[in-house]
Design a binder for this molecule. Structure first.
Ligand SMILES: CC(C)(COP(=O)(O)OP(=O)(O)OC[C@H]1O[C@@H](n2cnc3c(N)ncnc32)[C@H](O)[C@@H]1OP(=O)(O)O)[C@@H](O)C(=O)NCCC(=O)NCCS
Length: 183
């Protein structure tokens, strides 16, 4: 399977608000590599956050098979996952796409999205990746602010905007980060 930019995003009006929901609990989360036993919970989490745009189970399975080392989760220790990030690298290249990033609603704005991204970028740099790209829905300002703060910039032309990128009306912005110092 070739890595394709499948990044989803949400376009909901609550994106720039602080979460109303109280955390189910405030137990500390462990950031770790995903393992096979996480797949059912990863699917549940993906559906919770991305709803109709969630990855089909078979695709999530094969993304795990391909990119396990760059598939990271936030584990609350009770069997529930509170977030994940997935990066896919080309087999014959030194570039990578972020294909998924999320944190559950009740855990947002506590630096967890940044932690997931920082760790996966560190692993990608360690593994010799020189360029990381992603797509984001142009109205998803929470994600765009996060990516910009990590150094991602729109990939020209047209400020990164790609009309109908995922199909009619599904516009996306492509952002890019160069990883200096990678192998
Ligand atoms: C995008 C997402 C992963 C961010 O996770 P998070 O844990 O809330 O983000 P962090 O707390 O690490 O925030 C890091 C930075 O991102 C920006 N940011 C994140 N959420 C923001 C918001 N609601 N409003 C404004 N800026 C925001 C800020 O710059 C923030 O830094 P600061 O806290 O120092 O101001 C989370 O909102 C999410 O899961 N959204 C739904 C799924 C999604 O859209 N994924 C991205 C698809 S491209």
């Amino acid at each position: 399977m070739t890595a394709e930019p499948l990044e989803r995003s949400l376009d909901r009006p609550d994106q720039l608000t602080r979460p109303d929901a109280r955390p189910d609990d405030d137990r500390p989360l462990v950031l770790r590599t995903a393992h096979e036993g996480d797949l059912p919970e990863l699917r549940r989490l993906d559906e919770e956050v991305f709803r109709e745009f969630a990855y089909p189970g078979f695709l999530l399975r094969q993304l795990f098979d391909m990119y396990e080392e760059h598939f990271l989760v936030l584990d609350d220790g009770t069997g529930r996952l509170r977030g994940y990030v997935l990066a896919a690298t080309r087999a014959l290249g030194a570039d990578s796409w972020i294909l998924g990033l999320c944190v559950t609603q009740d855990r947002r704005r506590h630096g967890l999205g940044r932690e997931l991204m920082t760790e996966v970028l560190s692993r990608l740099r360690r593994d010799g990746i020189g360029v990381v790209r992603l797509t984001v829905e142009p109205a998803n300002l929470a994600a765009i602010f996060l990516y910009r703060s990590l150094g991602f910039r729109p990939e020209e032309p047209d400020g990164g905007l790609r009309p109908d990128y995922f199909g009619p009306g599904m516009h996306r912005q492509i952002m890019r980060l160069d990883l200096p110092g990678s192998l």
